[in-house]
Design a protein around this ligand. Structure first.
Ligand code: NAD
Ligand code: UGA
Length: 463
C-alpha cells in the first residue's frame, strides 16, 4: 500500500515537528496537520518564522522549505480526514483532573474525539496511527469506536487498521531525534499497514532501527522508556543530597558511575527535578495501571520516582530560605530560566513554576529572565492562585544582566548555554550584598563566582 496523503490530528510539540520531517523526506506525500485550535494553526502559517508556536532548533528551516508545498497546516479537519490514507493521532493526553483516577489516569477525551471524527469522515481504507503516548490497550478503544461505524454503515465500505507508533523525541533536540532516532517502534496486527509505515520511515532511517511488535508491547514500551529515564533522574537527585551532606561532588560521582558501559552516562545530570509535559503524567499513569491490575508493589516503586522529584524541589526552596538568614521576605531574587529544559519555550511542569511560586509565597520579589519563554506565558503559569496576587510580586526582564540588578540572590533553574559564560564581576557589582547564587543545574563556574565576592551553593556540591 503506497501512502499519498497523510493527515495528522494535533499540531503540537509532536505533531508539528514529526510531520515536518516526514514532509522533508517524503516529497511525494502530501502532509496535512490539523488542529481544533485556530490560533495555533495561524502561528504555524505565520510568514514570520520566529512566530511559530514552538521553538525547536532547526525546525524553522524545514517549515520554510516544505510549508505550502507538501506540508500544510489547517483547521479543516473534516476534509483532511476524508483525503487521508494514513492518519496520525498526535493530540494531548493529559492527566485526568477529576472523577475516577483523578491525578493519575490519562484523560482520553481528545483521543476519543479524534477517533470519532475519523470514524465519521474517513473514506475507503484508512490506517490510523497512535502517535500520542497512551495507556496500554488504548488501541482497543480506538478500534471499538472505528468498528462501530464500519458495522453501522456497511454500504460506506470504510475499513481501518490501527497501529501504535509512539514518539520518542525530546524537546530541544526534536529535529535531531526525529532525523536520527535510536529506534522507531511500530506495533500492530496488519502486516500491510505496518509495511506502509515502515516504508515511510525507511526514506531516511535505516530499516534495522525500525522495530515492529504487537500493539500492547508498543504502547507499554513508550510508557516504560519514559519511566526508566525519569527513574535515573530521581536516582541521581537522591545522591546529590548525599553528596552535599558528605563532601562528595555529584558531577564526579555521576561521571564515575556512568563510565560503566552497563550504566551509561546519559540522564545522570542532577538538577531541580524533571519537568516537561510527559514524565510526571506518564509515570502517574503507570502507577494507576499497576494499581488497576492489583500490582501494588509495582505502583509504590514508581510512585517513589515522583515523590523524590517533588522532594528535590521542596528541599531547594527550604535551602534558599535557610541560607538567606531564614527569611526572604521583601528580598529580591533573580530567576534564571523558566522553561523546563534548555532549547525549548515549553514551560509545562517546569520546576521554575513550583520554585517561583514558593519563593513568592515566602514574601520574595522575583525578577525573571528566560531567552525563549514570553512574559505572557510566565503570567499564565504563575497566576493560578489569584487570591495570592502572585503577579504583583514578579517582573519579567528582557536582558540577562537586568535580572541581577539590586537582587539579593539569583537562582539558576534552566541550563541555557548563555548562563555558562557570565561576567561575574559585573554581576557582583550590581547585586545587593551579601549576595547568593543558587545553581540548581551545576552550570556556573564555582571558582569564578567565589572570586567575585559572591556566595555560591551548587546542587550536589559538597564542601
Ligand atoms: P500539545 O498539547 O503540544 O499538542 C496537542 C494538540 O492537539 C493541541 O494543539 C490541541 O489543540 C490538539 N487537539 C486536541 N484535541 C484535538 C482534536 N480533537 N482535533 C484536533 N486537534 C486536537 O501536545 P504534545 O506535546 O504534542 O503531545 C502530544 C502527545 O505526544 C502526548 O500524548 C504526549 O505524551 C506525546 N509526546 C510528547 C512529546 C513532547 O516532547 N512534547 C514527546 C513524545 C510524545
Ligand atoms: C522526554 C524523553 O526524553 C523523550 O524520549 C520522550 O519522547 C518525551 O519525554 C515525551 O514522551 O514527552 P523531554 O521531556 O522533552 O523528553 O525532555 P528530557 O530531555 O527527557 O528532559 C525531561 C526533564 O528531565 C527536563 O526537565 C530535564 O531538565 C530533566 N533532566 C534530564 C535532568 O534533570 N537530568 C538529566 O540528566 C536529563
Amino acid at each position: 500500500m503506497r501512502i499519498k496523503n497523510i493527515c495528522c490530528i494535533g499540531a503540537g510539540y509532536v505533531g508539528g515537528p514529526s510531520m515536518a520531517i516526514i514532509a522533508k523526506y517524503c516529497p511525494d506525500i502530501q502532509v496535512n496537520v490539523v488542529d481544533i485550535n485556530p490560533q495555533r494553526i495561524a502561528q504555524w502559517n505565520d510568514k514570520l518564522l520566529s512566530n511559530l508556536p514552538i521553538y525547536e532548533p532547526g525546525l524553522d528551516k524545514i517549515i520554510q522549505k516544505c510549508r505550502n508545498k507538501n506540508l500544510h497546516f489547517s483547521n479543516n479537519i473534516k476534509q483532511q480526514i476524508e483525503n487521508a490514507d494514513m492518519i496520525f493521532i498526535s493530540v494531548n493526553t493529559p492527566t485526568k483532573l477529576k472523577g475516577i483516577g483523578a491525578g493519575q489516569a490519562i484523560d482520553l477525551r481528545y483521543v476519543e474525539a479524534s477517533s470519532r471524527e475519523i470514524s465519521k469522515y474517513a473514506k475507503g481504507h484508512t490506517i490510523v496511527v497512535e502517535k500520542s503516548t497512551l495507556p496500554v490497550k488504548t488501541a482497543q478503544t480506538i478500534k471499538d469506536i472505528l468498528d462501530a461505524t464500519t458495522k453501522k454503515n456497511i454500504s460506506d465500505n470504510k475499513t481501518f487498521s490501527v497501529l501504535s507508533n509512539p514518539e520518542f523525541l525530546a524537546e530541544g533536540t526534536a529535529i535531531k531525534d526525529l532525523e536520527n532516532p535510536d529506534r522507531v517502534l511500530i506495533g500492530g496486527e496488519d502486516r500491510i499497514a505496518i509495511d506502509a509505515l515502515v516504508e515511510i520511515y525507511s526514506k531516511w532511517i535505516d530499516k534495522n532501527k525500525v522495530m515492529t511488535t504487537d500493539l500492547w508491547s508498543s504502547e507499554l514500551s513508550k510508557l516504560i522508556a519514559n519511566a526508566f529515564l525519569a527513574q535515573r533522574i530521581s536516582s541521581i537527585n537522591t545522591i546529590s543530597a548525599l553528596c552535599e551532606a558528605t563532601g562528595a561532588q555529584i558531577k564526579d560521582v555521576a561521571l564515575a558511575v556512568g563510565m560503566d558501559k552497563r550504566i551509561g552516562r546519559y540522564f545522570l545530570n542532577s538538577g531541580p527535578g524533571f519537568g516537561g509535559s510527559c514524565f510526571k503524567k506518564d509515570i502517574s499513569n503507570l502507577v494507576y495501571i499497576s494499581n488497576h491490575y492489583g500490582l501494588f508493589e509495582v505502583a509504590n516503586y514508581w510512585q517513589k520516582v515522583l515523590d523524590i522529584n517533588s522532594w528535590q524541589q521542596e528541599r531547594f526552596v527550604e535551602l534558599i530560605v535557610k541560607k538567606m538568614f531564614g527569611t526572604i521576605s521583601s528580598k529580591t531574587i533573580a530567576i534564571l530560566g523558566f522553561s523546563f529544559k534548555a532549547n525549548t519555550n515549553d514551560t509545562r511542569e517546569s520546576p521554575a513554576i513550583y520554585i517561583s511560586k514558593k519563593l513568592i509565597e515566602e514574601g520574595a520579589f522575583l525578577k525573571i529572565y528566560d531567552p525563549k519563554v514570553t512574559n505572557q506565558q510566565i503570567e499564565l503559569d504563575l497566576q493560578v492562585d489569584n487570591q495570592k496576587n502572585l503577579n504583583k510580586n514578579w517582573i519579567f526582564c528582557e536582558s540577562i544582566y537586568d535580572v541581577f540588578e539590586k537582587a539579593d540572590a539569583a537562582v539558576f533553574i534552566t541550563e541555557w548555554q548563555e548562563f555558562e559564560h557570565l561576567d561575574w564581576l559585573k554581576i557582583s557589582n550590581i547585586m545587593i550584598k551579601p549576595s547568593w547564587i543558587f545553581d540548581t543545574r551545576s552550570i556556573v563556574n564555582i571558582e569564578k563566582v567565589k572570586e567575585s565576592n559572591l556566595n555560591i551553593w551548587q546542587v550536589g556540591y559538597g564542601y
